[in-house]
Design a protein. Structure first.
Length: 58
């Protein structure tokens, strides 16, 4: 679980950085990063995206 928290923190920092870059217009302001759905196993890819609905995952 600690690894998941660290990945989420990194994703948030990266998204904050993107909001100050030339990609700013491509992002949804206030969208939260979503790391994955389900349980990732060893040797699987991790997908990072954004969720346009803030309340959906609270």
């Amino acid at each position: 679980m600690e690894t998941a928290r660290d990945l989420l923190k990194d994703a948030i920092r990266f998204q904050e950085w993107l909001m100050t870059s030339s990609f700013q217009e491509e992002l949804i302001d206030g969208a939260s990063p979503i790391l994955w759905y389900g349980r990732p196993g060893q040797n699987q890819w991790l997908t990072i995206g954004t969720n346009p609905s803030r309340g959906e995952f609270f």
